[in-house]
Design a protein around this ligand. Structure first.
Ligand code: TRP
Length: 457
């Protein structure tokens, strides 16, 4: 069968592709979310399960998404329809694309609120409010900021506007050039911060919290959160990586590109934890603080550092930038679908989707102030929206993708597309994709809703 060609040219090489995918993967998930959910779920054992999920489930699914994307060479919805029809005669596989597109919009709604906090913190840092601050001062800055919804709404709107502006103009590639410089800068700064946290924090307590596994703290729900976060942080389970794969040149290795992304993403998350937890333990901040954890701990290091106002501003600027490149990947599926299927202009599509996401995000804005006492199921409105998107929609999407790649796509097509031969590496991918990933996701989901009781307790 003749290979389909992409509609808009190819990545110039594998490096450009790795930069784009890691630009979507590395973001608030690594630096803001990973530390706070680790804190809420008891540390070490959770981190271990998370790492297992990333490497044994996340990485094969990432390869599957890229493989399907390169086969289809269209937006995720069209790709799943085309490849689904070719491999199984069924068009309904496009449900993966539809669900993923929706999940992207839901995630973006809360993602932009937190990115708005980071944006605001650039200016707070540069003003010097954190210089010489105690943990109580820093916590006070955070709660008076997030406690007033008009200012949060303003920064949230500003960030979402930045995302819509880029997507409306279709100038994403410009940002990818910037990633090339700003990503290493972020990594270097994190490394410096780890050293500072080592000197000013309780490194031993932080380190052992993250890496000493106490499995008695692990609940069925924690395992689901670890799995959901593996999907969240790698940007998989919703077809986003599939969309990037559509532009991957035929001769680029999918396996090594995926491995590079997974490693960079994991290192950044672990480094963020190693900055935050030593500060948390040295300053009496509660590790189970929740979404405010990074904002209540990170400024402590800047307050104690010479030139801390500038370093703080730089850190929050690099973080905002990383969130910006991720947010584009969250909104792009919906926008490109509107452009291709509804034939509206990019500007109109971006404004429409952006407007709907903005409305939804108000629920998250209010979760930290006016509606903070309004809790049900998982907690605040924000906690429920995050749970639905990260811990239900992404794993279910990932389950369908891995079943499709492992059981529906025939062995020869996947061997041909992955091009890692048919030896041990291919067999490992296929075993993980056909058996390990689908079974693990299914068991974790069923266990968490209580249909199964694996711990026997
Ligand atoms: N991976 C991103 C982060 O860790 C968030 C994210 C989830 C994402 N799914 C995505 C980004 C899809 C782009 C596309 O911050």
């Amino acid at each position: 069968m003749a290979k389909r060609l992409p509609l808009q040219g190819l990545w110039s090489n594998r490096m450009a592709f790795v930069l784009a995918v890691s630009g979507s993967a590395v973001g608030l998930g690594n630096i803001w979310k990973f530390p706070y959910i680790t804190g809420q779920n008891g540390g070490g054992a959770f981190v271990l399960v998370y790492l297992l999920c990333v490497f044994a489930i996340g990485m094969p699914i990432m390869m599957s998404e890229i493989m399907i994307g390169r086969r289809g060479r269209r937006n995720p919805i069209t790709t799943m329809r085309l490849v689904g029809e070719e491999e199984s005669g069924q068009a309904w596989w496009q449900i993966i694309g539809v669900g993923g597109t929706l999940a992207g919009c839901i995630i973006l709604s809360f993602y932009s609120v937190i990115a708005g906090w980071a944006l605001a913190y650039i200016f707070k840092s540069i003003s010097g409010v954190f210089m010489g601050s105690s943990a109580a001062d820093v916590a006070e800055v955070f709660s008076s900021f997030t406690g007033s919804w008009p200012s949060v709404l303003l920064w949230y709107t500003a960030f979402l506007g930045m995302t819509v502006a880029i997507v409306a103009n279709g100038v994403q590639r410009g940002l990818e050039k910037a990633v090339r410089i700003l990503r290493p800068a972020l990594m270097l700064l994190l490394l410096v911060l780890v050293l500072f946290s080592w000197r000013h924090g309780d490194f031993e307590a932080g380190f052992s919290f993250m890496f000493a596994s106490d499995f008695s703290k692990l609940t069925a729900n924690s395992v689901l959160v670890a799995l959901g976060h593996a999907f969240f942080t790698l940007s998989i389970g919703m077809g986003a990586v599939m969309a990037y794969g559509a532009y991957l040149p035929e001769d680029s290795s999918i396996a090594s590109a995926s491995l590079a992304v997974v490693i960079v993403d994991t290192l950044i998350a672990l480094a963020a934890g190693l900055v935050i937890f030593p500060l948390v333990f040295a300053n009496g901040v509660s590790p189970s603080e929740g979404p405010g954890l990074m904002f209540k701990s990170m400024p402590l290091v800047f307050g104690a550092m010479p030139g801390g106002a500038v370093f703080g501003a730089l850190f929050f600027a690099l973080l905002t930038f990383a969130a910006w490149t991720s947010s584009i990947g969250l909104i792009e599926p919906a926008v490109s679908w509107m452009v291709e299927a509804r034939h509206v202009s990019r500007v109109r599509a971006a404004l429409t989707v952006g407007g709907l996401v903005w409305l939804l995000g108000i629920a998250t804005v209010l979760s930290f102030n006016a509606l903070s006492d309004f809790t049900f199921l998982r907690g605040t409105l924000y906690a429920n929206i995050d749970f639905l998107a990260s811990n239900i929609l992404l794993p279910v999407g990932g389950l369908l993708i891995t079943v499709f790649a492992g059981w529906v796509v025939c062995r020869n097509s996947s061997a041909d597309e992955l091009a890692i031969g048919t030896g041990v590496r291919f067999r490992l991918w296929r075993a993980l994709t056909r058996l390990v990933a689908p079974l693990a996701v299914l068991l974790i989901l069923l266990n968490a809703v209580g249909v199964l009781n694996l711990s026997g307790g």
